[in-house]
Design a protein around this ligand. Structure first.
Ligand SMILES: Cc1cc2nc3c(=O)[nH]c(=O)nc-3n(C[C@H](O)[C@H](O)[C@H](O)COP(=O)(O)OP(=O)(O)OC[C@H]3O[C@@H](n4cnc5c(N)ncnc54)[C@H](O)[C@@H]3O)c2cc1C
Length: 304
């Protein structure tokens, strides 16, 4: 299995931010994945790093990255994808087989494992709407299969955020449809994204904050003028105030300081505390850890 020491993680994060990671493993099969989970019980599992701000000071531990676990198997109207399969690739392959249900995943930069973990969603749909079951590695019980109901999905959350569960693969229940209809829905979703969201040529991590109940973080941020906010090399995206762009070699501290500015301004005007969607991996820099605590940003740690 490929493993590297002192790995520059910035080339893998969608934000293009992050220092050196002490050790990183790249399993290619479920067997290799389980082997490394057992032999490196303190390692943290990541997918495509499209929802993680990694500290520019790096991470002093081990990561297991699922990028190389890339298997997709169709069986009738269901499809099973390994943890590392890119959402957008899965969406395109289902469309090519005239199977509908994954059109909302077009242009998703994350991996299936990260998307199940986060219950990722867009265009009024989310993983919970199409997932049939998931194969999970539990540190207590080994490999188990969980049904959709067992996954306890909620808005950008799943049971994997509450229990030490690692996603090995996921099976989705699809429905047959005319391929032109599927393509039309995908095109509509794509053009919505192109209008409203930055592409990955402007490094970013997707929505920074979750939407508060019955409101939108983007609307609140826009109304306090966040589109003009910038700190160091990080700035708010001009077309949608809930995105931060790494414009000019931004550091993780630039991003956290900008998030603090955005969150404080919304809280001062509306009395609403925005909850971050992006997660943080690091911990060596005291100022960053303090800001994470203030922002209530999830610190990624070993899932065990
Ligand atoms: C341009 C852009 C657009 C985006 N659009 C959307 C969108 O429309 N909707 C949306 O919901 N999100 C969106 N995102 C955010 C992001 O893609 C999702 O949160 C996605 O689910 C993260 O997947 P990932 O593989 O990148 O996970 P990572 O960022 O690598 O990890 C996220 C979390 O999942 C955990 N994790 C990853 N893999 C596993 C696994 N196999 N088992 C257990 N835990 C795991 C990690 O420990 C971490 O806590 C967007 C991001 C970008 C950059």
């Amino acid at each position: 299995m490929l493993a590297e020491n002192d790995f520059d993680i910035s080339k893998f994060t969608s934000f293009k931010i992050g220092g050196k990671v002490k050790k990183i493993y790249f399993p290619e099969t479920v067997d290799e994945f389980i082997e490394v989970l057992n032999s490196q019980p303190d390692a943290v599992v990541v997918g495509n790093l499209s929802n993680v701000l990694v500290s520019s000071k790096g991470y002093d531990g081990a990561l297991i990255c699922t990028k190389r676990m890339d298997e997709i198997k169709f069986d009738g109207y269901t499809v099973t994808a390994s943890a590392g399969v890119r959402g957008t690739k899965l969406s395109k392959q289902a469309a090519a087989k005239s199977l509908s249900g994954l059109e909302f995943m077009i242009a998703f930069p994350g991996s299936v494992g990260g998307e199940v973990y986060m219950n990722a969603g867009a265009h009024g749909q989310c993983i919970a709407d199409v997932l049939k079951s998931a194969k999970i590695y539990s540190y207590e019980n080994g490999m188990i299969e969980l049904s959709n109901k067992d996954m306890e999905f909620g808005y950008r959350t799943s049971i994997c955020q509450k229990k030490p569960y690692i996603v090995l693969d996921a099976t989705f229940e699809l429905v047959p449809d005319n391929s032109e209809n599927i393509q039309e829905r995908m095109n509509k979703n794509l053009s919505f994204r192109q209008d409203k969201q930055p592409s990955l040529t402007l490094p970013n991590c997707g929505s920074v904050f979750k939407n508060p109940k019955n409101d939108s973080a983007g609307r609140l941020l826009e109304s306090i003028g966040a589109k003009d906010f910038r700190v160091g090399g990080a700035r708010v995206f001009e077309n949608h105030a809930n995105f931060i762009i790494n414009e000019n070699s931004a550091t993780s501290l630039d991003v956290l300081t900008l998030m603090d500015k955005m969150s404080s301004a919304v809280e001062n005007k509306f009395g609403i505390k925005l909850v971050p969607e992006v997660r943080y991996l690091g911990g060596k820099d005291e100022e960053e850890v303090k800001l994470c605590k203030k922002l209530q940003i999830e610190l990624i740690k070993n899932q065990k």
